[in-house]
Design a protein around this ligand. Structure first.
Ligand code: A2P
Length: 269
């Protein structure tokens, strides 16, 4: 049994979570059903993935009680004002067919077509709005995604509340040591999206050889590595056997192999 991650507010987040970025609605419905059957209790989606309805239907059709699973969704990256934030949030609730969201994240510090531009004011406005949703009991926990240290500092200094989670691009070779350390020192749970490098790590011969030594797949090795870094992995798959494999992690990576995997920083994809 994998240990839950716990936010600084005491909210438990089950590890591992099923990633659904780039899962088309039909595939996504099946993936969520299979994941729940395999023992997952955490599904990660986003308004922008265009599959919230499929995720919500699969969760409801599973027969599990609402308090038996954890669902995350995200405010679109281009929404940087409070009013539109509220609209999008209620659309997500409606899409998911639920009364509350377990974890609601600001998808990115900038719209995708303006990466790197300063949206501090807008980020503060939507961060305040997310905290209001939490106060009203519409979400259990709030956080951010793709935020760098400066973005986190800007909203938390302005509003006085740290995000509980930062969901980042994280896998063997891209582990953001400085950001990870900052988050972990400040009690922010780090979630790892693309823990398989969006699949690109799977054919890495160095990883294949290490995985063979444990009798596991490269995917399992990479997911276990995230847990070793104290990040919560969100592997995406739409195949039943892979989904089950990705949560079957009953092995530990030796210190020697961890050192080797650490030495691949900047040298994978
Ligand atoms: P598919 O969805 O067709 O199963 P990431 O989580 O880093 O974004 O990686 C997702 C990619 O890795 C997808 O292309 C997914 O393919 C593939 N994938 C996920 N789990 C496995 C696995 N256990 N074995 C092989 N490929 C996998």
């Amino acid at each position: 049994m994998l240990k839950d991650f716990v936010t600084y507010n005491g909210i438990s987040i089950p590890a591992v979570g099923l990633g659904t970025w780039q899962s088309a609605p039909n595939d996504c419905y099946n993936a969520v059903r299979w994941a729940l059957e395999a023992g997952y209790r955490h599904v990660d989606t986003a308004f922008d993935y265009l599959n919230e309805q499929a995720v919500g239907k699969a969760l409801r059709d599973s027969g599990l009680g609402r308090d038996e699973y954890f669902v995350t969704t995200k405010l679109p990256a281009d929404v940087k004002d409070a009013k539109l934030c509220e609209q999008r949030f209620f659309q997500s609730l409606d899409n998911l067919g639920t009364d509350y969201i377990d974890l609601y994240l600001i998808h990115a510090p900038w719209p995708w077509d303006q990466v790197g531009k300063d949206f501090t004011e807008g980020n503060i406005a939507v961060w305040e709005q997310l905290l209001e949703f939490k106060q009203k009991g519409l979400v259990r926990e709030v956080g951010v995604s793709n935020f760098e240290i400066s973005h986190i500092q800007a909203i938390s200094r302005a509003v006085g509340v740290m995000p509980a989670v930062d969901q980042i691009y994280h896998f063997v070779g891209v582990t953001e040591p400085e950001l990870r350390e900052y988050c972990q020192q400040n009690g922010i749970v780090v979630e790892a999206y693309s823990p398989l490098g969006t699949g690109r790590l799977l054919s890495d011969e160095r990883l294949t050889e290490i995985a063979r030594g444990y009798g596991v797949s490269v995917a399992q090795l990479c997911i276990r590595y995230c847990l070793h870094k104290n990040t919560l992995p969100l592997p995406k798959s739409v195949h039943r056997e892979r989904i089950a494999q990705n949560i079957s992690l009953d092995f530990d990576i030796s210190e020697r192999d961890i050192e080797f995997l650490d030495s691949l920083e900047g040298k994978t994809v």
